[in-house]
Design a protein around this ligand. Sequence first.
Ligand code: ADP
Length: 367
Amino acid sequence: MAQVSLKNITKIYPGNVMAVSDVNLRVENKEFVVFVGPSGCGKSTTLRMIAGLETITKGEIWISNKKVNDIPAKDRDIAMVFQNYALYPHMSVYENMSFALRLRKYPKPEIDARVKEAAEILSITDLLNRRPRELSGGQRQRVAVGRAIVRKPEVFLFDEPLSNLDAKMRVQMRTELNKLHIKLQSTMIYVTHDQTEAMTMGNRIVVMKDGIVHQVADPIMLYNKPVNKFVAGFIGSPPMNFVNGRIIKKDSKFFFQEAGFTVKIVQDMYDKISPYEGKEIIFGIRPEDIYDKLFMSVASSENTVKAVIEIVEPMGAEVFLYLTAGKSSLIARVSGNDRPEIGQDLDIVFDMSKIHFFDKDTEETIV
Ligand code: ADP
């Protein structure tokens, strides 16, 4: 039962490196919160400050109703799982998992019960006598998680725990960690640079860049209502398309005009868009909101654009098309039934109810 509160947390490393800047966040009891952002954005530093592995330059960290700034890592009742597993090579799985409890002088039967219970949860009971070198990457990662579970900590911290696994194992462990969260009902904080991992694991996601938190939201909110161009482009794969152009008004209607095409803006957006009349703006559309006209019933000249297919990537259920439209490059994600060919001209239709606009100077979301 634990909440974790970060209050105006700042970390400046020697040499005046501002790694984390004024982060505020409250992680609720039993919540699974994921920090995501490009390499160097400050997510590991934030986690390490929560763990007590890094000093805090400014601000306060609270775990439940205890301020922990000056409490050493070992007394914080947290357990951390690292990317490189950090298992002791000369110890068996059982010894690795029981190590922290032995150090804390738990009674033997209690240790044994906890190790066996954790091993059961993680399906590694038959590996308890092996050494780390006799395990696969996925099995080692399970042992590392097991070592955290046996301590029954208030808070679990994960620092890119799946990065060293192959793609298939990553997907499998992702699901297992989700199940583990449901089973243990613990507070978990997880760091990754992988937006898919963040989207599939977090109850809430914290998107960071350059030490600053840009947005905190649940996955769907983040996807549908990004607060700025960075979040819009970071979350989603293939990423959102961005097109530079301007807003024009004709016969009391608003249009977005790129050098080579013009599309009509839906009326709902007029209020937010009208101050930008005549001005440059950034238009954003997700790949799945672009359709081949053949498959789109609500196509009209006002939402249809001429494009040329540059590259076709068949993914099975769907096809990624790399297109040129006007002066812009776009990625469309169309049905796998579509049979487009490289070099072919294609009329594409934008779902104009799903588009985004960003301010060209601030890159903040307009609508
Ligand atoms: P992330 O986990 O998002 O990749 P980090 O938290 O590791 O980012 O790093 C944030 C910033 O702090 C980076 O610019 C990094 O170079 C810098 N940094 C990290 N650790 C140290 C350190 N021990 N000394 C100085 N700078 C550091």
